[in-house]
Each structure stands twice: as structure tokens, then as C-alpha cells.
Design a protein around this ligand. Sequence first.
Ligand code: PLP
Length: 399
Amino acid sequence: MYDQTKCVHHPIVSLEGYVSIGVATYRASTIVFDDVQSYADRHTRGPTGYSYGLYGTPTSRTLEAQLTQLHGGVGTVLLPSGQAAITSIMLSVLRPGDRVLIPSSVYPPVMTHCATYLREFGIDHTIYDPLCGSGIEQLIDSRTKLVWVESPGSTSLEVQDLPAIADASHRAGALVGCDNTWASPLLCKPLTLGADFVVEALTKYAGGHSDVLLGSVTVRDEPNDTKLRDWLRTMGIGVSPDDCTLVLRGLETMGVRLAHVGRVAADIARKLGRSTAVQRVLHPALPEHPGNASFVRDFTGASGLFSVELKQQAVPLLPMALEGLKYFKIGASWGGTHSLLAPITLAATQSTRSRCKSRTYLRISIGLEDPDDIWDDLNTIFYRLERQLQNISLPNKDY
Ligand SMILES: *Cc1c(COP(=O)(O)O)cnc(C)c1O
């Protein structure tokens, strides 16, 4: 063997006795075969076999199997982002002439996808009240093929009655997909509550460190799993094994991270409820929260993301109050080790039972900093807001 060939062909070393704890990162486009016949038969290897890097490596299969176990499904597929996981379900299930129902509290890019891309392809969507429960029945017609659920909803965090919605949808022949990103499979298992598909934006708590984008769909029944897998294959969608490794690592600590941020967030939510700058605190575990009965029934706990709705008079003061934060960062996405704030204004159609034109929320993702430092930062913000509010003559005292 000449040197140039020695460079290309790696020597084979023994793996005997090599048992590491982490999952290895297997990178591949090409998979090689022993002989002509096994290459010719590669398409018969099925969803657990290996034939081409795009269709899975031992690294991606490990993460898929782990999520399948956690959710109690028949299979999981991985997508480059949580958003891609949602749109892949929609595009594999819906055909021109079909209709999808989406809650008004849905992750906003999903609304955009329905209102632009799906509409152009002749697929309709109807926006529904996330708290409608079995009332969803009235919206389901013969064209409705998919009912989308996101519980709790983005920013306003309404908890949906998934069992009632799934029941009504299935009776009418529609499939049900559920975005479970807020809870992760540790706090809620939508497939056991009637969903056919459950999406996780692994970008959030599973990745857990704000440095990876990945999404998953776990499926309850074999035919839907096969259909989704076939669709992804023809679309040529696959994920990087390096990203899978990051999420596999994140999953190992997700339980203790969630338990910790859940405790700290609940404590802080209670304290912020006493601020005179706050209209109301939106945290699913609060008894007065929309959908709290479903939360108590269907979830085993709360994660570290919640929102506060600001009083209208406090809204213009927010930019000033958020200056000079010591620990919090301002940014989208959440579920990482760093505490994050996102000021979010929702139009009246997106916030349920609104008398105002729009409402402004401060979405708070609790990180792993010391709880006293986290509170110190938030306390400063709300103290500033309260002081400023006292100095302002309030033209309208209806809050
Ligand atoms: C962030 C998020 C997504 C999208 O995840 P990406 O990986 O950022 O695309 C979907 N649903 C919910 C509820 C989210 O918070």
C-alpha cells in the first residue's frame, strides 16, 4: 500500500474493551455494503437498518429510540428544528382541499405557515379558541384532516383539554398533533392523552444550552409513522449527528434542570403576582390560570417558562426598566441554562377574551443561575416599573 492510499484507508483498531458512557457521534453519507447482493437489497433494510447517512446513523437512531421510549410511541423522526417538525406533519398529512384547525395560542410561525404556504397550496386553516375543549366538534367538517394542539400555548400559556379535543377529532376522522415543547416528555405525555403525533422542539429543554436546533415527531401508530418517514425520505430531510449528540447529552440532565427551574419559576411567579405593574401572571399551575384543571389532570409538573401580562400603563415604561439587566438576557427561544426575557405584544385575536386592542407580556425563562440573583434582577425591573407608575397620572383606571 502506497502512502497516498494509507492516508485514505484508515487502519482498523480494536474496539474490544472500549465501553464509553456517552453516545458516539457517527457521521456518514455513504454506508458501504459487503457484497453486490446486500447493496441491491439495501431498500429492504427497513426503518431500523442503515442504507444511507440521510436516513439515519446509530447516533440519530439512539436519540429517536430514547424519545420513542419517553413518549410511549411506535417511532420518532428527527427534523432540523421544532418548526420543521410541525410543518412536516402538516405537509405529510394535508392535501389540497383539506383543512387544519390551529389554536389562536399557537407558536406564531405555525400561523404564518398556514396563512401563507398552506393557503397557496389550497389547504385551509381555521383558528380556534384553545379553551374550547369538546366544542372543537362544531369546527370539524369532512375536509378537516388535522387538529393542531399546543398546550400550554405560546406566551399566553392556555392549557388545552387534549383528551376532549382528541376524542371529538377522532370521532370525525381527523388526526391530532400536539406541540409539547413547554412540558417535554417528562411533564406531559400527549400520546397517552389521545394525540397521534407529538412534537418536541428539542432546541429548548432537551438541548438545554441554547446552542443547537433540532425537532422531533413521535408517532402513536405504525401507519402514520411510515407515512411521515416516507415523506421525509422523498423530501431529503435529515439531521446532523453532531446535533443529535448535543441533544443526547442535554437529555441526561434534563430531569434535574426541569425540576430546578420549575421550582424557581413557580416561586418567582407567585412573587411577581404582588407587583402593581402586573395585570396578571400567566403560569399554568395557578388555580385561576385558563385551563388549570387540565393542567392538574394531565401534567406532572411545570417547567421554567411563564409570562406576566403588564398593565397597559406600564408597557411604554418597559424599555427603560429593562436597561442594565445584570443576569437576564433579552432574546427569543428559551429552556437553556441562561435566564431570558422576551417582551411580546400579541394582537387581540391571539390573546383570549381581550377587551384591549393588544396585550404586552414579559415572557420569562428561568435559567440555572442562583435564584437570589435571578430574583434580584427581576425585582429591579418591577421596582422601576412600579416607581414610574406612581409618578404617572393614570387617565384610565379600569384595570
Ligand atoms: C421554539 C418553539 C418551536 C420551534 O422550535 P425551533 O427549534 O426553534 O424551530 C415550536 N414550538 C414551540 C412551542 C416553541 O416554543
